[in-house]
Structure formats: structure tokens, C-alpha cells
Design a protein around this ligand. Structure first.
Ligand code: 2DT
Length: 212
């Protein structure tokens, strides 16, 4: 076995607009993989538990105001804070299901008008996901589901722009799932896609980095 042939966990990222069903699907997938006997953890970004995460949370709940560039870099720093732990877990064989990642970072900030390439730059060198599950839903449909909280960004017009910027980030690691389907149908499709990638990583697949 070569160095790049070690069994490891998979990095599975969920992306999509607010109310696209990410959190529900992540929870169901976690139970499913645990049930199959896999070592698996559910993570989310922003991770509001860290000190950087608390600054982000204050911003999202409108308790603080920050320059658009500053908050962008804080979201990125929040991921860098977790990079080495992420690598350790993956190499130890744990699959990580991650609710939002760098794609949210770029889509939301560039939707505000920040330069697209500038937004990508601080993400370079983070671990590249083995799979990005994009839960695809029109902003209007997501808004109809209700439950937009009062947080910054939870507005129809802005979500429309975010969707346009997400589209620019699609690459070969992406699987687009129609999130207008019932929770159960989406769940079934997600399980099949993810299992395939978990198996590939178990057989040995080198880790790679964003954005190359
Ligand atoms: P949740 O509602 O999922 O907690 O997300 N966001 C998220 C960014 O603007 N940049 C990022 O890098 C990330 C991870 C998306 C909170 C909001 O934060 C946005 C919604």
C-alpha cells in the first residue's frame, strides 16, 4: 500500500439556500451512516462555539456591524480554525458531514458585490470536499416553506443572488439534488450518492486542497 492508499473518512459537504433542507438531510444521513457502523460526525459552519464563531453569530443576529470584507475573512478563519482537526479525523477514518463550507462563504459574500476571486482566495489550502451535495431549490420555493428567522441574509431577493453565485462554483465534486422533492425522496438519493463516496475513500483516495 502506498502512502496515498490509506483508508480514510470522506468529507461530505452540504450546500444550498436557506430552507433547502440541509440540516434535516445532514441529520438523517448521520443516523443512516451510524446505523451502517461507520465512524461519522456532523459538523457545521459557521461553528458558532469558537471565539471567531461568536463574532460571526453576533453579526448574523444584527447585534454587531462589520465591513463586508471583515466578516468574509472571519467566516474563512472559522474554517481554518478547524482545518487540522478535520484532517486528523478524516485520516483516522471518520467521515465528516459538513453543513455549509467554503461555497457558502464565496456565494454569500460575492452576492453582496465583493469580487468573486477575492472571495475564493482565503479558502485556498483548506481541505477539498470529496463530495458536495447541492440541494437545489428556487429561492421562491424555499421562501414559501417559511421559517426564515430574523437573521441577516434571510431575504428572498438576496437568496436569489446567492443562488446565482452558487452556480458559478459548481465543479466535478458536486452532485445536484432536486430539493423540491419530498424529504424522503431527497434522503434516498442523498444516501446512495454519499455511500458511493464513503466507499471510495475507504479504499484509499488522497486528500486534496481547495481551490486547484
Ligand atoms: P446557518 O443558518 O446555516 O447557520 O448559516 N454564511 C455561512 C456565510 O455568509 N459565509 C460562510 O462562510 C458560511 C459558512 C450563510 C448562517 C448564515 O451564514 C452564511 C447563512
Amino acid at each position: 500500500k502506498g502512502a496515498n492508499n490509506e483508508s480514510r473518512g470522506a468529507l461530505v459537504v452540504f450546500e444550498g439556500l436557506d430552507r433547502s433542507g440541509k440540516t434535516s438531510q445532514c441529520g438523517r444521513l448521520l443516523s443512516y451512516l451510524e446505523g451502517l457502523g461507520h465512524s461519522v460526525e456532523l459538523w457545521r459552519f459557521p461553528d458558532r462555539s469558537t471565539s471567531v464563531g461568536q463574532m460571526i453569530s453576533a453579526y448574523l443576529t444584527n447585534k454587531s456591524q462589520l465591513d463586508d470584507h471583515t466578516i468574509h475573512l472571519l467566516f474563512s478563519a472559522n474554517r481554518w480554525d478547524k482545518r487540522s482537526l478535520m484532517e486528523t479525523k478524516l485520516k483516522a477514518g471518520t467521515t465528516l458531514i459538513v453543513d455549509r463550507y467554503s461555497y457558502s462563504g464565496v456565494a454569500f459574500s460575492s452576492a453582496k458585490g465583493l469580487d468573486f476571486e477575492w472571495c475564493k482566495a482565503p479558502e485556498i489550502g483548506l481541505i477539498a470536499p470529496d463530495l458536495v451535495v447541492y440541494l437545489d431549490i428556487p429561492a421562491e420555493k424555499a421562501a414559501e416553506r417559511g421559517g426564515y428567522g430574523g437573521e441577516r441574509y434571510e431575504q428572498l431577493e438576496f437568496q436569489r443572488k446567492v443562488a446565482q453565485h452558487y452556480k458559478l462554483l459548481e465543479d466535478s465534486s458536486w452532485e445536484i439534488v432536486d430539493a423540491c422533492q419530498t424529504l424522503e425522496v431527497v434522503e434516498k438519493q442523498v444516501k446512495e450518492i454519499v455511500l458511493e463516496h464513503v466507499t471510495t475513500c475507504q479504499k484509499g483516495k488522497a486528500l486534496s486542497s481547495l481551490w486547484s
